[in-house]
Design a protein. Structure first.
Length: 279
């Protein structure tokens, strides 16, 4: 079955700086589209959506423009989720510049590395509300203890669509299911959370001992909360390589969804992503 990968990171540090990678040794090198194509062999990925990679702030627009140019040579790139800063004045002007990119599919601002109260600021919420007028979804990336805040913020933006990244970044390695389960169920009740992204959970597992069964409680819970109509799949490459190859994560997903119908798997793998991100 063909997959749309909704979460592909790329970075070329000869082109732009990614300071955060300096603190994560396995990721402290370039990860290029040619590397991804090699990693994706045999995975069935027909299309990938570039996910902003937290480039250093002066280069937010430049990164998105560079990926647009890259997509002209590598048509597997079917969309761009670009970086923006809702907490800043000038957000609308930045969006206007991004909207000139034909492949713009959505917006993200990394939040799991930021102070908990950042998205609660009035300007941040005002600009998230603006995204609804632009018809652009916002990928919300938050740590488990930030999920309650996420629900409060999202509820204030009823006309903006949200995708929850990485199943809420649960503590898979530590096995801490609660209160993550309750918080995910709360988020699933918000109608403008269009999808939970089945991605990242393997990266948060124990690299020495993870298995399909150790991932299953997290996967099964998001299926229960969101249903097959509100799930999308993401490779989270190259971050997934902290614990698994892209192929291993694809195979693990197939095992996790083995009891689903073909129609349900097609929604997870492809159809929901095509609808939400217009790719």
């Amino acid at each position: 079955m063909k997959l749309v990968d909704t979460h592909l990171h790329l970075w070329d540090r000869r082109q732009f700086p990614y300071s955060w990678t300096e603190g994560v040794a396995p990721l402290s090198r370039d990860f290029l589209i040619t590397d991804y194509l090699e990693a994706a062999k045999g995975c069935g990925i027909s299309k990938a959506i570039f996910m902003e990679a937290d480039v250093d702030e002066p280069h937010l627009l430049d990164e998105a423009r560079a990926i647009q140019q890259l997509a002209e040579r590598y048509p597997i790139i079917g969309g761009i989720i670009a970086n923006a800063r809702p907490e800043q004045e000038g957000f609308a002007e930045h969006l206007d510049a991004l909207r000139r990119l034909p492949l713009l599919s959505g917006i993200r601002r990394v939040l799991h590395t930021q102070p908990d109260d950042l998205p609660t600021q009035p300007l941040f919420i005002e600009n998230l509300q603006l995204l609804g007028q632009y018809g652009l979804p916002f990928d919300y990336c938050a740590l488990p203890h930030q999920l309650k805040i996420a629900a409060e913020v999202i509820a204030q933006c009823p006309h903006t669509a949200f995708v929850l990244d990485h199943c809420g970044i649960p503590d898979v390695k530590g096995g801490t299911l609660d209160p993550w389960r309750e918080d995910m169920a709360r988020l699933a009740k918000l109608p403008n959370v269009l999808a939970c992204k089945v991605s990242g959970i393997v990266a948060y597992a124990d690299p020495a001992s993870w298995s399909v069964e150790t991932l299953r409680p997290w996967f099964d819970h998001v299926v229960e909360c969101f249903g097959w109509d509100r799930l999308v799949w993401g490779g989270d490459w190259p971050v997934c390589t902290l614990t698994a190859s892209l192929k291993e994560w694809v195979d693990a997903t197939a095992a996790l969804a083995a009891n689903a119908s073909d129609a349900e798997r097609a929604k997870l793998y492809r159809h929901n992503a095509e609808r939400i991100y217009a790719v």
